[in-house]
Design a binder for this molecule. Structure first.
Ligand code: FES
Length: 162
């Protein structure tokens, strides 16, 4: 009996036999997807642990953070003027006694930080635009847009700007 007729001795697919599907590829892909899902779940668990204030170091809520509230002592904001906080890019003003306002210190012309408060004007050093300390409106161009107002409130002895 020739060896090729015995199915147990055949080494390859016979003539007309369909090639086997490479199922290992599908299995490998499924395994990799599972590992990826576990990795993502693990990362999420880690981040939620960190934000819940466990043993992870806490983030400062100082003014350098973009969305953190900034406290400016009221004594730093003169009546009829204001103060520019470069680090936080905030201008706080007090046009008349007790009338506190806060604005972004980013000039609406080309994005410089405003540099000084001269009388009732907030002045940008780059091209000379000036804004009102009362409401941030344009006093002098070239800018055509007012300073962006920020939310603020007096809390104790501070103006809290958010
Ligand atoms: S960027 Fe302020 S005047 Fe141009």
């Amino acid at each position: 009996m020739p060896a090729t007729r015995c199915p147990a001795l055949r080494r390859g697919p016979g003539p007309g036999a369909r090639p086997k599907e490479p199922t290992w590829k599908r299995r490998t892909v499924i395994q990799l997807l599972g590992i990826s899902a576990l990795a993502i779940a693990g990362a999420s668990a880690c981040s939620s642990t960190a934000s819940s204030g466990g043993a992870a170091p806490s983030r400062s809520t100082s003014a350098s953070s973009g969305s953190a509230a900034v406290k400016i002592p009221l004594t730093d904001i003169p009546v009829g003027g204001g103060v520019i906080r470069d680090a936080e890019k905030i201008v706080a003003t007090q046009a008349t006694a007790g009338q506190y306002k806060a604005f972004s210190a980013v000039c609406q012309h080309q994005g410089c930080t405003v540099g000084s408060i001269e009388g009732q004007k907030i002045v940008c050093p780059c091209h000379g635009s000036a804004y009102s300390i009362v409401d941030g409106s344009v006093v002098n161009g070239p800018t055509t847009r007012p300073l962006i107002a920020k939310s603020s409130s007096v809390e104790g002895s501070d103006l809290v700007v958010s």
